[in-house]
Design a protein around this ligand. Structure first.
Ligand code: AHR
Length: 631
């Protein structure tokens, strides 16, 4: 192999390797949002879902859920409790999201909005282990007949993956309660009411170039009424209007009737997350179309204005001065500085002439007011087939900024398409490979695994993206997260339960590329040919002008060890030290799990450049990254 370090090619965009976040598989509520109470404001379709009352030993007690939609349309319901526990006990338990994960010695912060119409009320708040043993708690006193937020903290005495929250009503009384909430203290950056730190750390470790949010199909909704409306996800959490999650009823084999969006993670939090982890924010906005896999509901063109206004106001929310309406809200939420939005997606995975008509309306309004913002357009659900064949040329003729191509395909498809962009039209729009994952079984079957076969195929494909970084300027695996007991779609990049989390082999492939993206493409050839499949080898190379390194990625998809002699003409040093990092498994079925999270993980050792060449042996079924400081 020859790496032409003397002829650096196209610049690699700093945002090249990013992440796709969607609230699917309990990724937000029950996932990155560290709230432990499910249905905290009684707004689920069944208002008491997740809650259970219990009366013992002669106590009486009853909850009524009151609806004040006329005065509080965004959070209409609250619970009204009446009880007499002079004898026995009256309790209310919350089951959490597939249980509550509790950590020994961790501080837990409880809060509720409440008023006590008939005098002081004492509540005992406790965490229980799965066997019913109390493992921490505190007392809370509510006084006064006006709504106030009450808080109390306590420390857990044991670790428990499947705990529950128990509230015991003392004596006799009445209470109105809402937003009953419990957070661990160890949130990401210790923000009260914040995000789950272990999951965000896994994202930060990827050093992603961008964060695409909030999806996915949830941008569109099953129908327009349940589309994602960013304005309802900002401001005080109490006033964010909960809606059913698009994935609540999807897929008969994995129904999730308790899947809602509380929007505790809303657009402010997404922008803040992107900033925290050094990524460009890439929000996707609804373009007046519901999910075309479901209702195909669209807004007539002459009634698009509110949708359009949402897009324009979003840019003002992200970038506007604090003297603007939406910029002021951002400042009031704690971020006076702009979020510096440069990219905006119009519609997710839409297709057909209806999409094109709506894109044109959005693009002309956005570009007129914010010419510097680049627009990401949808190219439908598949990289081939009639939808793509119709849409792709139309989007090209409109000279859009980015076309978002999605590929959920077999490992064989990924191998075959590693050279997909080698001959792509360079003059038109740039490509955003916005959702991709190798599916080892038929799409979205439970049998689909994040196994080594899928990760290896993605790595091979990614060498093709990197080789063509002049045109493919952003890429993200999808979906990002899945709760092991709450998923609707598999495979996914990161899996978790209530306490633990792990990166799949696919995660380590993403990380290898993202942390070694370099600044310019170098051509890597076998003779005169691109390395894209011959003998099962796939390769790409980059130079990093900041660190003065040449970085080579070679994927050996064959079942044989292969020796390679890599010549690197053009490097300044004839000999230099470097590292070689290998991800491998001889078993294509191998996976990482909660109990064995590092079954497949990168292993690094030293390597040397000698006479401007490196000799190496590629293990069967492996991804090898060679890095030398030779410039
Ligand atoms: O990633 C899961 C889903 O796949 C996304 O919501 C959608 O955009 C695509 O169909």
């Amino acid at each position: 192999l020859t790496v032409k370090a003397d002829k650096p090619g196209a610049a690699i965009q700093p945002a090249m390797w990013g992440i796709f976040f969607e609230d699917i598989n309990f990724a937000a509520d029950g996932g990155i949002y560290a709230e432990l109470v499910k249905n905290r404001s009684f707004e689920f379709y069944e208002p008491m879902m997740g809650w259970k009352e219990q009366r013992d030993g002669g106590a009486t007690g009853r909850v009524l859920v009151l609806n004040q939609s006329a005065t509080m349309p965004s959070n209409p319901r609250y619970a009204h409790f009446v009880w007499d526990a002079s004898q026995g006990s009256y309790t209310l338990a919350n089951e959490g999201f597939r249980g509550i994960g509790i950590k020994k010695d961790m501080q837990y912060n409880f809060s509720l909005w409440a008023k006590a119409p008939e005098g002081d009320v004492k509540l005992k708040v406790e965490l229980l282990a799965a066997n019913g043993t109390p493992i921490g708690g505190t007392d809370v006193t509510i006084s006064g007949n006006d709504w106030k937020r009450h808080t109390a903290s306590f420390t857990a005495s044991a670790t428990e993956p499947k705990g529950k929250l128990l509230i015991t009503f003392q004596g006799k009384g009445t209470l109105d309660g809402d937003m009953i909430s419990l957070f661990p203290n160890d949130t990401w950056k210790n923000r009260p009411g914040g995000l789950r730190a272990d999951l965000i750390q896994l994202l930060a470790d990827l050093k992603p170039g961008f964060v695409r949010f909030p999806g996915g199909c949830i941008v569109e909704g099953h129908e327009l009424d349940t589309r994602y409306q960013w304005k309802k996800t900002v401001g005080n959490v109490e006033s964010r209007e909960l809606i059913v999650n698009r994935w609540n009823t999807e897929f008969k084999h994995r129904p999730a009737p308790d899947y809602y969006q509380s929007f505790g993670v809303g657009f402010f939090e997404y922008f803040q997350l992107a900033e925290d982890i050094g990524a460009e924010p890439l929000p996707i906005i609804n373009c007046g179309m519901a999910c075309q896999f479901n209702t195909s509901e669209v807004v007539p063109l002459d009634q698009l204005d509110p949708y359009l206004q949402d897009a324009l106001d979003l840019i003002e929310f992200a970038n506007g001065g604090t003297d603007t309406k939406w910029g002021k809200l951002r400042a009031d939420m704690g971020h006076p500085a702009p979020f510096n939005l440069k990219l905006l997606g119009v519609g997710n995975e839409q297709w057909g002439p209806q999409y094109v008509e709506r894109y044109i309306v959005f693009a002309s309004a956005i570009k007129a007011k914010y010419p510097a913002v680049k627009i990401v357009t949808s190219a439908g659900p598949s990289p081939d087939g009639p939808l793509f064949e119709y849409l792709n040329p139309v989007l090209r003729s409109l000279n859009v900024d980015f076309i978002d191509e999605h590929y959920y395909r077999s490992p064989e498809w990924f191998l075959k398409n590693a050279s997909r962009y080698d001959t792509y039209d360079r003059k038109g729009p740039k490509i955003f490979a916005g959702e991709y994952a190798a599916h080892t079984e038929k799409k979205v079957q439970p049998e689909n695994k994040n196994n080594w076969e899928s990760a290896l195929a993605e790595a091979a494909f990614m060498t093709g993206l990197e080789r063509n970084a002049d045109i493919v300027q952003m890429a993200s695996y999808a979906p990002l997260f899945a709760h092991v007991e709450g998923w609707q779609w598999t495979p996914d990049l990161i899996w978790f339960d209530n306490l633990r989390s792990f990166g799949t082999p696919n995660y380590y492939v993403q990380k290898l590329f993202s942390l070694n993206k370099g600044t310019n493409v170098l051509s890597i050839l076998a003779g005169n040919e691109t390395v894209a499949g011959k003998n099962g080898l796939y390769a790409s190379a980059v130079v990093d002008n900041n660190t003065k390194e040449v970085i080579i990625k070679v994927v050996n998809t064959s079942d044989k060890e292969q020796a390679v002699d890599i010549q690197i003409p053009g490097v300044k040093k004839a000999s230099a030290a470097g590292t070689i990092t290998v991800l491998k498994s001889t078993n294509l079925e191998s996976v990482n799990t909660l109990d064995n999270p590092f079954n497949i993980k990168p292993a690094e050792q030293a390597v040397s450049l000698k006479g401007k060449a490196i000799k190496s042996t590629l293990p069967p079924a492996s991804v090898t990254l060679i890095k030398v400081k030779a410039l």
